[in-house]
Write a protein that binds this ligand. Sequence first.
Ligand code: ADP
Length: 626
Amino acid sequence: MSKQTLSFQAEVAQLLKLVTHSLYSNPDIFLRELVSNASDACDKLRFEGLNHPELYEDAPDLGVRVSFDKAAKTITITDNGIGLSQIEAVEHLGTIAKSGTRDFMAKLSGDQKNDAQLIGQFGVGFYSGFIVADKITVESRRAGLPVAEGVRWSSAGTGDFEVETIERAERGTSVILHLKDDASEYLNTWKLKSIISKYSDHISLPILMRKEEWKEGENDQPGEMVTSDEWETVNQAAALWTRAKKDITQEQYDEFYKQISYDNQSSLASTHNRVEGATEYTQLLYIPAKAPMDLFNRDKAAGVKLYVKRVFIMDDAQALLPVYLRFVKGVVDSSDLPLNVSRELLQESRAVKAIREGCTKRVLSMIEDLAANEPEKFASFYAEFGAVLKEGLGEDFANRERLAKLLRFASSTTDTTSVGLADYKARMKEGQDAIYYITADTQAAGKNSPQLEIFRKKGIEVLLMTDRVDEWALNYLHEFDGTPLQSVAKGAVDLGKLQDEDEKKAAEEAQTQFKPVLDKLKEALKDKASDVRATTRLVDSPACLVVQEGDMSTQLARMLKQAGQAAPEVKPILEINAQHPLVKKLEGSEHFDDLAHILFDQALLAEGGLPDDPAAYVKRVNALLL
Ligand code: ADP
């Protein structure tokens, strides 16, 4: 191929502009990104080499060399990994194929400040070289290709790049950065070494730099440091998770987390263990401090990378954790799986099943530990991830009890989301035999809902459930520590021993005395309500709506409809407070029909719903007001 000039894909040009304009505040990261690419290239060679050992040619020892030339003002990062063919150089360095980068591009707003922050959360990869360089040359040969089929790619990072064929004896890639004038501070062994040890210490390959030697000055001239021809390893060259816990600093754990998660803040908690026994593996798992924007997408890529005997296998190994723990980031390195393991195989493997159980237990212990010892961190964890944790009730039966203990809710007597089921139980009234809860759109709607009136009067706490997932999740949690959970909006209230005999008697009497009115109401509302009955649960309100035990709540049905999903038609039951003046007025009223409909629609309004025909409702109310 003779020399060709090609244009960058439009998105690349845009990214380049951003990189050079927004990232100058932390230019050091260019080295991290390029060393990480070099290390990925070696991982790829290792992986392909499993079936094609000839790809190693005559250089089996993989490594990355970082060197600089003061006179030419260049830094060169060379790896002997998989390398790039000519076509790959054009495709991989001229277009953005990676979905992560595409997602990133899609999120850019055009607002410099905002974008600069975003950019920090993503790896920007190869193009970060242009933070410090005004020209980059890449020379490469793909493993296995003849020496004559090397490629040189070069660009000044503006609109286009050049490619041409070159001869290249050694396999792999050299990235040569022609430094900008203001970046000459990087032409310095100490500076480069310190960046490598900060960002790339955990890379499992040796990163090599030329040794420096002290040269004595002659004739009373001062001596100086000169670089020798000898190379030395400047990183730990052991994957972080393979090292002993005691040899790893918190800073190193943090840095590793940031690199695998693209998060720019430290994690909330982490756990690092070597598991021995029937299945052997190492796990290094992190809980992020903040939830990602796509937390509720159950199909989102999993955050745990799978390694087998330190060889990188795949990025989002879903089989390693249940879906409800999809926010966890980290690495699992197994010694039992075959290196050629596929996603399909992962689903079926017994070793993977054991790893998954082990990882789940570890993550739960990590959360339990926060709950027991670090209440502030736990509260912040719960605010970010509490809702997805609840999915576990329906997904992970084996750990249901552990999960139930971790749940927290607001309640009719506590505004913060801090009431655990155990706390609730400890505060239960004498004679109370259920844990009461209500599902509602908002805390305020739940707290002020008419269904709660009798509970408030009797001083009984009711948990307020306002997460979308609550009602679904509670289908799977019928009891906690032997005490049943009971929705106050489903079925008839039975306060059992909490109600005294007089109250029970009054309720029964109301039911019979009031029967003619109830029958008339039933008839008037037969299209709207499945039943009408007198209740003792109301104190101040004239009426409220409830559903049969086992039916979907009106509130969930409403939510599903709003989201455009199919919801079963649930006809609620209208419950009437026989003591209320408005209800007393019903008997013999000439406006019976209007009053009946108003009662029903108001009950709906009180729980955050809307009348089916709002205009008709307004008309009826106005007619009475006149
Ligand atoms: P990525 O996040 O995918 O690494 P980059 O912009 O850093 O994005 O790199 C783009 C692609 O260029 C890589 O996915 C890889 O295919 C190729 N590449 C970059 N550096 C090297 C290298 N040192 N050796 C081989 N391929 C490389």
